[in-house]
Design a protein around this ligand. Structure first.
Ligand code: PGA
Ligand code: ZN
Length: 424
């Protein structure tokens, strides 16, 4: 279909929710249809992620993306002009080849991903279908949101070491109900935090959760559990954590810093085992560092819950293949900008599914209002999404898009609920 040929590719600098610049790409087809996508940015990043290209120098503290924009308009644009926008894989692999590095550092993962996602959107728009349907004709699963209500780690100005304390409303009947529950618990939690720690404690972290001056993991869990009880939804909610342990790990000593102690890998696993014996926690992300493969394998063997690899896998098919063979982890945190093209990210999800791993689609802490991951999580029938607290536009844009999708799918929509890991 010649109308679907790519006619023009544009990019510009826009701001993410931290006020840092990021790249927005437009792909325009011959028949004048546009797809637009924003590139998100991590803060608690894994060492093995594809590399975004930043300008350095004075502007925006070195975070400008003009070089990446130039690569979009002067290198990628001319190379893909005339290609069919539905040739996603061909286009993604052409960009990988043009870049020529294993981590996309020459053209920039931000340049490549912006074009990759904008192309998928352009194709879907040109065909007049929603992106989730364009990706998968059988898309019908609405994910359980892992809602991050208490922020710590690199995402908050407190001394709470674990990064994310989340509720997981697996007992809701619909995605809409899951949002209702999450908003109610969030309001209860805010009140409780203000009562206990004063109103300054209800200021929020990067992902919209409260960031109280708590240093103890159990104290944070107790607040969450009490807020859930007060909301009246306790029977519908279980819990999840992101330890983001790569950032607690001391490479020199091989020990984890937690609550004033230095823990070995085995001690960390014991700590987590006691924690999941005390609270109904069903999913833990990055319980150990990105390089602690043996630790991850042990944690997966010893903890009877979902063990999610974020920094550990970096949405990288090769890492997933190697580490799944060792039974390290049993779920993938899926962040499309960790690998840099939609095609490779879909490969990563497929590889995870085929290894019986769960797949949790995730935002980054540095998001814009672009809701694209909402379409992607439904397109993958992944069953789980992590996109922050149910507040702040860059988080609610994803939740609100999922509410639209649930309505659009109507009676065939299925909320993953307790089947979040294998939602069929
Ligand atoms: P990031 O962290 O987006 O700041 O890298 C999110 C996470 O660790 O899940
Ligand atoms: Zn993480």
């Amino acid at each position: 279909m010649s109308g679907l040929r790519i006619e023009e590719v544009r990019a510009r600098e826009v701001l993410d929710c931290r006020g840092n610049p990021t790249l927005q790409a437009d792909v325009i087809t011959k028949n004048g249809i546009m797809g637009r996508a924003d590139v998100p940015a991590g803060l608690s990043t894994g060492a093995y992620e594809a590399k975004e290209l930043r300008d350095g120098g004075e502007r925006y503290g070195g975070l400008g993306v003009r070089k990446a924009i130039k690569n979009v308009t002067e290198v990628i644009g001319p190379a893909i002009k005339g290609m069919d926008a539905t040739d996603q894989r061909k286009l993604d692999y052409l960009m990988i080849e043009l870049d020529g590095t294993p981590d996309k550092s020459r053209l920039g993962a931000n340049a490549i991903l912006g074009v990759s996602l904008a192309t998928a959107r352009a194709a879907a728009n040109a065909l007049g279908v929603s992106l989730y349907k364009y990706i998968n004709v059988n898309a019908h699963v609405l994910p359980v949101p892992l809602v991050n209500l208490i922020n710590g780690g690199k995402h908050a100005s407190n001394d709470l070491e674990f990064q994310e304390f989340c509720i997981f409303p697996v007992g809701a009947d619909t995605f809409g109900e899951a949002m209702e529950i999450s908003a109610a618990v969030n309001l209860e939690l805010r009140e409780l935090i203000i009562d206990r720690y004063g109103k300054i404690a209800a200021n929020i972290g990067d992902e919209g959760g409260v960031a109280p001056p708590i240093t103890n993991v159990r104290e944070a869990m107790d607040c969450l559990v009490l807020a859930v009880e007060r909301s009246g939804y306790a029977e519908k909610i279980v819990y999840g954590l992101d330890c983001a342990s790569s950032h607690l790990y001391d490479k020199e000593t091989g020990l984890y810093h937690l609550e004033g102690n230095q823990l070995t890998t085995d001690e960390m696993i014991d700590y987590l085992r006691e924690l999941i014996e005390s609270y109904p926690i069903v999913t833990i992300e990055d319980p150990l560092s990105e390089d602690d493969v043996e630790g991850f394998r042990k944690a997966t063997e010893k903890l009877p819950i979902q063990i999610v690899g974020d920094d550990f896998f970096c949405t990288n098919p090769a890492r997933i293949r190697d580490r799944a063979k060792l039974k390290a982890g049993n779920a993938l945190l899926w962040k499309v900008n960790q690998i840099g093209t939609l095609s490779e990210a879909i490969d990563a999800a497929e590889l995870a599914f085929r290894n019986n791993y769960g797949v949790m689609v995730s935002e980054r802490s540095g998001e814009t209002e672009d809701p694209i991951i909402a379409d992607l999580v439904v397109g993958l029938n992944a069953g789980q999404i992590k996109t922050g607290a149910p507040v702040r536009g860059e988080r609610t844009s994803k939740y609100n898009r999922l509410l639209q999708i649930e309505e659009e799918l109507g009676p065939v929509a299925r909320y993953a609920g307790k089947d979040f890991k294998i939602p069929f």
